[in-house]
Write a protein of this length. Structure first.
Length: 103
């Protein structure tokens, strides 16, 4: 929507600013040698609302491949979920970590 203002014989117009959509990020859980498989499954169910079968599948990817994609989120939501995972893991003294990767 452009705005036009007429001043005498001059017409000024302003272009509408384009709003950039927020980028999407994939949250990825990283493997370590101490966090139990059961704890990872519980995190996936609690923080990411995965059903048991999906949580086990993601946990197995983390265990076998060293990392497992959990979901696709906007930047703010991805950071919130990462903070929840880190806080929960710290509370139970596990070194579980996850990161956000831009898509």
């Amino acid at each position: 929507m452009g705005v036009q203002i007429e001043e005498g014989s001059k017409t000024l117009s302003r272009k509408k600013d384009k709003i950039k959509e927020p980028g999407d990020y994939t949250v990825v859980l990283l493997n370590d040698d101490y966090t139990t498989c059961d704890f990872v499954v519980e995190i996936l169910k609690l923080v990411f609302h995965k059903n048991h079968e999906d949580a086990v599948q993601i946990m197995m990817n983390v265990h076998r491949k060293g990392r497992g994609a959990v979901g696709r989120y906007t930047y703010d939501i991805a950071l919130t979920k990462i903070r929840q995972v880190h806080d929960y893991a710290e509370r139970y003294e596990f070194p579980l970590r996850c990161v956000a990767e831009r898509i």
